[in-house]
Ligand binder design. Sequence first.
Ligand code: BTN
Length: 221
Amino acid sequence: MAGYKVLSFDKISSTQDYAHNMITQFNASDHTVIVANAQYAGRGRYRRKWVSHHGNLYASFIFLSPERDPRLSYTVAVAIADTIMSFGITAQIKWPNDILIDGNKVSGVLIEYSGRYVVIGIGINVGTNPTVPEYTTAKLSTYADVDLKELFGRLTKNIDKWRRAEFDSVRRFWMDCATGLNGFVKYRGEMVEMIGINDNGALVVRRNSEYFLIHGDEILM
Ligand code: BTN
């Protein structure tokens, strides 16, 4: 894996937790990736569980990032969508970084900062898709023959490619794949129209004729 230090496991509690432990114990370095075939205690956003049976991709990327980057979440979503599409599968992005196929979630991203590093946790359903109460799910194998190693190889390359790209091209790719644009979302109890993202990674929404920006995770779709 060019340029990456890869640590692979069959089954661990969570690649994300492993990455955080490496950082706090001072043995993390930029461009390290922890990958596992399964997890006992996979975690998702909003303190949800990420069901992690064998057959899917579970990886946490560690990058040096002394500052928080509100645009990273879009960059990662675009890298995943690009990777999935390279297997001939049409993917959509649901704000900010869920990846869907035919409206069903196939991949999720958990971005967490720790000290001088950021940990980007990515789960992609390949051979199995769990049934969860919050949303419907999909798996890549329904749509194409996807080899896990090949998927991981393409994903690592695409993460590098899109992290190097100008944000304007990330934004354009994201907007092309986005689902729910011009639809209504709930923001602080009110319905607003989702317009897109701006150059700084803020979400642009409209209430009647007034446009405004939302930073962070505050909308409900
Ligand atoms: C989401 O809720 O959509 C984010 C899911 C992130 C899951 C990945 S799997 C690899 C890494 N390890 C974890 O425990 N979580 C992330």
